[in-house]
Design a protein around this ligand. Structure first.
Ligand code: UGA
Length: 439
C-alpha cells in the first residue's frame, strides 16, 4: 500500500514513520523545504525518544521518503493523511486554514481514488468541509474522480508516541463508505496484534471522540488538583487518597496525579475549543469551564507556596528550577507550568537558575537571558535559596541529597509533582512542600 502524510509536525512525522515501519510505502510532505532537507538527512525537528532511529532506518529501506512536492507525491496513493497544524485562532477555535489548503491542493492534483483522512485534531464538521473543498477543486478541473473522506483522530502522547502508535489502546476511524472502511482496515491491520480494537463509526462521532477523550483526561487532572488543594486544608494526604480511589477499577489509577496543572499543546487547546464549539451551538460546557479555571489557578499553586514561605519577600532570592518542559521526555514548553512560575518569580525580583535534560535550547528560545541556565541539575543548586521541582524527569527522582544539601544555601524544596517522600525529606533535614499533603 502507498500513502502520503501531509504535515511533518509531531503527529504527521510519527504517523508516517510508524506506517513505514510496518512496510507501507510512505511519503511525508511539508511546505517547509528546510525541514524536508533535514528530514532526508535524518535530522528531526522535534525530540521524541526512538523516532530519529526509526526515521533513519525506514529512509534507508526506502519505505519512507520526504518531499515538498504534494502534486507528485499523492499520485497512486491509497490514502492521504492530513496532519497539518490547527492553531487556535484569536477566539480559541481551531483555525482550519492549513487543513483546507491541503484539501484544495489534493483536489487540484489527485488522479486516482483515495481516502482523504483528517489526522489533525479538528472540530466536528471538518471532514465535510474537506470533502466540499476537494469537490470544488475537482469540479473546477472538470474531473469526476471518486474519493472518500475519513476522520482518524490520533491519541498518542508526546514522549511515548511510538509505542502509542504501534500498540494503540484503540484506533478510531470515522467513515461514510464501505470502500473507505476497507482501505483503513488494510492500513491498520498490522497495528492490531495486541488485540485492541479498530472502532469504525460515523465521521462526526470520530471527530467528537478526540475532543471528548482529551477533555475527560483534563477533567480527571483538574478534579484531582481540586481534591489535592482541599486535602491540604483538611490535613489529608492526596497521595493516599489517590491510591485509595485509584484501586477502584471504575475510577482507575491513571491520570489522577495532582501537580501544577496540565500544559502542552493539546489539553489546553482542545478544552478551549470544545467550550467554544458548544457555545457557538447554544450549549454551555459547565464542567469543562471549571476544569479550565482550576487548571489556570493550579499553575500558580507552587508560586503561592513559595510566596507564603518567604512572606512575600522574594526580591534577591535565588531559585533552582528542575525541569522546564510541560512534562518529561519532551522538549515542548507550550503552556508549560514552568513558564507561569518563572514569570511570577521574576516579577517579584527573584533570580532563577534552571536546568532541563532536553528543553534547554527551547528554553533559551522562549525565556532568553531573563534566567540563568545550569550545566546540570546540581549546578543550579549552588547558593540557591530553594529548589523547585517542576517537571518529573526520571533523573530528578533520586538525586544525591547529601550533595544537594551541601550545594544549597537554604534547604527548602518545593515539589510540584510529589516525586519525593515528605517524611524522608524532613528526616534528611529539608523543609519540604508538596502538593496536597499536610506539612
Ligand atoms: C495528550 C493525550 O494524553 C493524548 O492521548 C493525546 O493524543 C494528545 O494529548 C493530543 O491530543 O495530541 P500529551 O499532551 O502529549 O498527550 O501529554 P499527557 O501525557 O497527556 O500530559 C498532559 C499534561 O497533563 C501534562 O502537563 C502532565 O503533566 C499533566 N498530567 C498528566 C497531570 O498533571 N497529572 C496526571 O495524572 C497526568
Amino acid at each position: 500500500m502507498r500513502i502520503a502524510v501531509i504535515g511533518t509536525g509531531y503527529v504527521g512525522l510519527v504517523t508516517g514513520t510508524c506506517f513505514a515501519e510496518v512496510g507501507i510505502d510512505v511519503t511525508c510532505i511539508d511546505i517547509d523545504a528546510k525541514k524536508i532537507e533535514n528530514l532526508k538527512q535524518g535530522i528531526l525537528p522535534i525530540y521524541e525518544p526512538g523516532l530519529e532511529e526509526m526515521v533513519q532506518r525506514n529512509t534507508l529501506k526506502e519505505r519512507l521518503s520526504f518531499s515538498t512536492d504534494l502534486p507528485a507525491s499523492i499520485q497512486g496513493c491509497d490514502a492521504a493523511f492530513i496532519a497539518v497544524g490547527t492553531p487556535p485562532g484569536e477566539d480559541g477555535s481551531a483555525d482550519l486554514k492549513y487543513v483546507l489548503a491541503v484539501a484544495r491542493a489534493i483536489g487540484q492534483n489527485m488522479t486516482n481514488y483515495m481516502v482523504v483522512v483528517t489526522k489533525s485534531t479538528v472540530p466536528v464538521g471538518t471532514a465535510n468541509k474537506v470533502r466540499a473543498a476537494i469537490e470544488e477543486e475537482l469540479a473546477a478541473r472538470g474531473e469526476n474522480i471518486a474519493f472518500d473522506v475519513a476522520s482518524n483522530p490520533e491519541f498518542l502522547k508526546e514522549g511515548a508516541a511510538i509505542n502509542d502508535f504501534l500498540k494503540p489502546d484503540r484506533i478510531v476511524v470515522g467513515v461514510a463508505s464501505e470502500k473507505a472502511e476497507e482501505v483503513m482496515k488494510k492500513l491498520y491491520k498490522p497495528f492490531l496484534m495486541n488485540g485492541h480494537p479498530l472502532i469504525f463509526m460515523d465521521i462526526p462521532s470520530a471527530e467528537m471522540t478526540k475532543y471528548a477523550a482529551n477533555a475527560m483526561l483534563a477533567t480527571k487532572i483538574s478534579f484531582m488538583n481540586d481534591i489535592a488543594n482541599l486535602c491540604e486544608i483538611m490535613g489529608a494526604d492526596v497521595n493516599m487518597v489517590r491510591k485509595g480511589i485509584g484501586s477502584d477499577a471504575r475510577i482507575g489509577n491513571k491520570f489522577i496525579y495532582p501537580g501544577i496543572g496540565y500544559g502542552g499543546s493539546c489539553f489546553p487547546k482542545d478544552v478551549k475549543a470544545l467550550i467554544r464549539t458548544a457555545g457557538e451551538n447554544g450549549y454551555e460546557m459547565r464542567v469543562l469551564k471549571s476544569v479550565e479555571e482550576v487548571n489556570e489557578n493550579q499553575k500558580s499553586v507552587l508560586f503561592n507556596k513559595i510566596n507564603t514561605h518567604y512572606n512575600g519577600e522574594l526580591a534577591g532570592k535565588t531559585f533552582a528550577v528542575w525541569g522546564l518542559s510541560f512534562k518529561p521526555k519532551t522538549d515542548d514548553m507550550r503552556e508549560a507550568p514552568s513558564l507561569v512560575i518563572i514569570q511570577k518569580l521574576l516579577e517579584q525580583g527573584a533570580k532563577v537558575k534552571a536546568y532541563d535534560p532536553v528543553a534547554m535550547e527551547e528554553a533559551r528560545h522562549t525565556l532568553g537571558d531573563s534566567i540563568e541556565y545550569g550545566k546540570d541539575e546540581y549546578e543550579t543548586l549552588i547558593d540557591a535559596d530553594a529548589l523547585l521541582l517542576v517537571t518529573e524527569w526520571p533523573e530528578f527522582r533520586s538525586p544525591n541529597f547529601t550533595v544537594v544539601k551541601k550545594l544549597m544555601k537554604e534547604k527548602v524544596v518545593f515539589d510540584g509533582r510529589n516525586i519525593y517522600d515528605a517524611t524522608e525529606m524532613c528526616e534528611k533535614g529539608f523543609t519540604y512542600y508538596g502538593i496536597g499533603i499536610k506539612r
